[in-house]
Design a protein around this ligand. Structure first.
Ligand code: XMP
Length: 515
C-alpha cells in the first residue's frame, strides 16, 4: 500500500498548505474531517497523522475534537498550533488563553535534542498565530522549545508518539519549517517518499483505462488549464475514445479560439469538435443588461449547445462518460468554523459548467490534486506555457466585462482594448504575479478631443488584481510607464474609446469582475 498521511482539519487557513508541503516531500496525503474515526484511518493504512491549526480554543465546550483513539493507532501524530493544544489537552496537559499573545514572526530556542528538530539551528525563526498556550505539561510531556513569552513552543509526549508545535512550520515565514516537516515524515514516521506526479499520472491513466474499457468519453474543453490537462491525460489513456467539445460562445478573448484549435486539434490531434455558437449566444443576450440575467442565459445556453453537440456525435456511438477538471480544493470535506464543508464558492461561479443530470458517468482524474500540481502535470504532458499560465477566465466570458448590453460592436471594442492590456502585461515583469488583468467596457461616454475634433466616445476601465484563490483580491498598481503605454495604445488604436480609467478597488468590498 502506498504511503499515506492524514491531515485532520480543524479549520485553519493553512490546512491546504500543510497538504501541499507534505506532497512536496513526495508523500501522498489527504485532508479529512477533524472527527474522522481512528478505525477508518487504520483501514486506509495511515502512516502518520497531522492535526491542523484552527481558530477555536480547546477549552470551549463546543471546540472541535478528534477521535482520541488516533493516539492509540501506533502511528506518529503531529499537532500544529490548535492541533498541539488539542493533543496536549487529551494526553494530560492543560491549555489556557495567554495574556501575552504571540502573533507573527518570533524566535524560538530549542531545548535538548529531538528528531523533529534534527538539522535545525538552536535558535530559529517561526510564525505564530494563536492566542492560547499550553500552560501545564503534566507529567508525560517533555518541552522541546520556548520563547520569552511561550514556555512550551514545542513538545513531545514521552509514551505516545505525539509531537506538538505551537507555531506553523508549513508557512514560508518559518524558514526551517520544511526541515521540520521533512523530519516528521522521514525520521519519525519512517517514510520512504514513494509519491510523485509522474507516478500519479501513470496510475490515473491505468485507472481510466480500467473504468472506460472500450467505451467513449466526452470532455467540455474550455481552454483553461484544468480541462486542458484532463483532455490530454485522457487522450493519453484512451486516444480517440475521447471526444472534446470546445464551444465558441462569441464571448472569448481575442486569439483564444485560434490558440485552442491550434493546440488541441492540430498539435495534439485530439478528436476535437469546434462548436461555433456565437450567433446563438448573442441572440440570447440581446437587450439584456442585468448581470444576473446575463449569467443565467449564458449558463443555460451553454448547456443546451453542449447537449445538442453531444447528441449529434452520439450517432457515431454512445458517449458514456463525462470527463471533468474538478480539483481537490473543490471537494475537500473540511471543517469550517462557519459551518459545513469548505466549498464556499459562490454559486454563480458555476456558470460555464455542466449540471450533474446530463446522464453521464463522471470521470474526474484531478479530484485529488492542487492547482500547481495540475500545472506540473500539464507541463509534463507538453501543454504550452500560454495555457499553463493562463489567467482564470470566467465562464460567462467577456459578457460580464461589457457592462450593459452585449452587442457585437461593443464586444469588438472590448476585445481590442483587452488584447492591448494582455500584450503589455505579458511584456512587463508583473505578469506572473498578477492573478487577473483585463479591460472592462463601461456604459459611459464622455467628451474628448482628438486632433481638432471633439469626440464623444466610450470608456475602458483597467482591472488588475493579485489574489491566491479569487476569494479575496488586492488591486495592483503597475509601473507608471506600463499604465501609460496601455492607456495611449487603447486611445490611439481602439476606435470608439477616448478615455481609460484605473480600477483601484480590492475585493471585498468590490468583486474582481464588474458584473
Ligand atoms: P468575482 O467577480 O466574484 O470573481 O470576484 C472571482 C473569480 O471567479 C471568476 N468568476 C467566474 N468563473 N464562472 C467562472 O468560471 C463564473 O461565472 C465566474 N464569475 C467570476 C472571476 O474571473 C475571478 O477569477
Amino acid at each position: 500500500m502506498a504511503e499515506f498521511i492524514a491531515i485532520l482539519d480543524f479549520g485553519s487557513q493553512y490546512t491546504q498548505l500543510i497538504a501541499r508541503r507534505v506532497r512536496e516531500n513526495r508523500v501522498y496525503c489527504e485532508i479529512l474531517r477533524h472527527d474522522t474515526k481512528a478505525s477508518k484511518l487504520r483501514e486506509h493504512g495511515v502512516k502518520g497523522i497531522i492535526l491542523s491549526g484552527g481558530p477555536a480554543g480547546v477549552y470551549e465546550h463546543d471546540a472541535p475534537r478528534c477521535d482520541p483513539e488516533i493516539f492509540h493507532l501506533g502511528v506518529p501524530v503531529l499537532g500544529i498550533c490548535y492541533g498541539m493544544q488539542l493533543g496536549c489537552e487529551l494526553l494530560g496537559g492543560r491549555v489556557q488563553p495567554s495574556t501575552a499573545r504571540e502573533f507573527g514572526s518570533t524566535t524560538i530556542d530549542l531545548v535538548g535534542e529531538d528528531l523533529i528538530f534534527q538539522g535545525l539551528n538552536d535558535r530559529t525563526t517561526v510564525w505564530m498565530s494563536h492566542g492560547d498556550q499550553v500552560r501545564d505539561l503534566g507529567t508525560s510531556f517533555v518541552n522541546l522549545a520556548s520563547t520569552p513569552t511561550c514556555a512550551h513552543a514545542a513538545v513531545r509526549h514521552t509514551s505516545s508518539k505525539f509531537w506538538g508545535l505551537q507555531f506553523h512550520p508549513e508557512v514560508t515565514h518559518t524558514p526551517e519549517g520544511r526541515i521540520i516537516l521533512n523530519n516528521f515524515l522521514y525520521l519519525i514516521c519512517g517514510l520512504k517518499g514513494d509519491w510523485s506526479l509522474t507516478k500519479f499520472i501513470d496510475e490515473q491513466i491505468e485507472s481510466v483505462r480500467q473504468t472506460v474499457g472500450s467505451r467513449r468519453v466526452v470532455c467540455a474543453l474550455s481552454g483553461g488549464i484544468d480541462s486542458s490537462v484532463v483532455a490530454l491525460l485522457l487522450h493519453k489513456a484512451i486516444g480517440n475514445q475521447l471526444s472534446c467539445f470546445f464551444v465558441d460562445n462569441g464571448l472569448l478573448r481575442g486569439g483564444e479560439r485560434e490558440q485552442v484549435v491550434s493546440t488541441f486539434a492540430k498539435h495534439f490531434q485530439l478528436d476535437f469538435h469546434l462548436v461555433d455558437a456565437e450567433e446563438r449566444f448573442l441572440e440570447r443576450l440581446r437587450g439584456v443588461t442585468d448581470p444576473e440575467e446575463k449569467r443565467k442565459r449564458i449558463g443555460h445556453e451553454f448547456i443546451e449547445v453542449f447537449r445538442h453537440a453531444v447528441e449529434n456525435e452520439q450517432r457515431h456511438g454512445k458517449l458514456e462518460f463525462l470527463a471533468q477538471g474538478t480539483l481537490y480544493p473543490d471537494v475537500i470535506e473540511s471543517f469550517s468554523p462557519t459551518g459545513g464543508p469548505s466549498a464556499t464558492i459562490k454559486s454563480h461561479h458555476n456558470v460555464g459548467g455542466l449540471p450533474e443530470n446530463l446522464g453521464f458517468r463522471l470521470i474526474e482524474p484531478l479530484r485529488y490534486l492542487f492547482k500547481d500540481e495540475v500545472r506540473a502535470i500539464g507541463r509534463e504532458l507538453g501543454l504550452p506555457e500560454q495555457i499553463l499560465y493562463r489567467q482564470p477566465f470566467p465562464g460567462p466570458g467577456l459578457a460580464i466585462r461589457v457592462v450593459g448590453e452585449v452587442t457585437r460592436e461593443r464586444l469588438c471594442i472590448l476585445r481590442a482594448a483587452d488584447r492591448i492590456v494582455q500584450q503589455e502585461i505579458e511584456k512587463s515583469e508583473a505578469y506572473l504575479t498578477i492573478w487577473q488583468s483585463f479591460a472592462v467596457l463601461l456604459p459611459v461616454q464622455s467628451v474628448g478631443v482628438m486632433g481638432d475634433r471633439r469626440t464623444y466616445d466610450c470608456t475602458i476601465a483597467l482591472r488588475m488584481v493579485e489574489s491566491s484563490d479569487g476569494m479575496t483580491a488586492n488591486w495592483v498598481y503597475l509601473p507608471r510607464d506600463v499604465l501609460s503605454t496601455i492607456s495611449n495604445r487603447i486611445s490611439n488604436e481602439v476606435a470608439g474609446v477616448n478615455r481609460v480609467v484605473l480600477d483601484i478597488s480590492s475585493k471585498p468590498p468590490s468583486t474582481i469582475e464588474w458584473e
